[in-house]
Design a binder for this molecule. Structure first.
Ligand SMILES: [Zn+2]
Length: 184
């Protein structure tokens, strides 16, 4: 290598060496933070303690607001703004104290119960059987049974299941952020 070239390189590092080291350091810290943050970060809800909508249940389809999931019944890819459960025990429970907003029925979602809770939360339970145990205006406690999972949501279930949604201030949120659903 020519002497002038070596000097240029030396000068370059003399001038920018500190900045390069600092830059690498910042990138390393950012990567570390990015990798160590859990994917679904638990949001703190200091006064609310949610319970599970079904016991001994398996999640058959998880929440996804970005990645598309295949729906074999409708033969299409779609987001899934709720969580599907299946369980030997078909009882469905309110996840929190609240008031029944509505009990409705349609051919795609089956029997649907909406419950209003504190802090702008609404929970929605779809694909219930006709045998709904609550009516509009009733107050319920967390853990109280409201109905049974069924296959009335023909857009989604061939066998009995529950499609569960959680809304916060009118928008669907990932229930995993508020309820420990993965380890039932
Ligand atoms: Zn679903």
């Amino acid at each position: 290598m020519e002497l002038s070239k070596q000097n240029k390189i030396k000068n370059f590092f003399k001038r920018y060496g500190v900045m390069i080291v600092a830059g690498v350091f910042v990138v390393a810290i950012a990567l570390t933070i990015g990798l160590t943050l859990p994917k679904a970060q638990q949001v703190s809800t200091p006064n609310l303690s949610f319970t599970v909508p079904m016991t001994d249940a398996q999640i058959t389809k998880d929440f996804s607001d970005q990645d598309l999931q295949y729906n074999p019944i409708l033969n299409r890819w779609e987001t899934h703004l709720g969580i599907d459960f299946a369980s030997e025990n078909s009882a469905v429970y309110s996840v929190l104290d609240g008031t029944i907003l509505s009990v409705t029925n349609n051919s795609l979602e089956g029997y649907v119960v909406e419950i209003e809770h504190a802090d702008g939360f609404v929970s929605v339970y779809s694909s219930l059987s006709e045998n709904v145990l609550v009516k509009e205006g009733d107050t319920v406690e967390g853990g109280q049974q409201i109905g049974e999972a069924s296959n009335t949501a023909t857009a989604e279930f061939e066998e009995a299941g529950l499609h569960f949604c959680l809304l916060k201030d009118g928008l669907e949120v990932d229930p995993n952020l508020y309820i420990d659903l993965q380890n039932k």
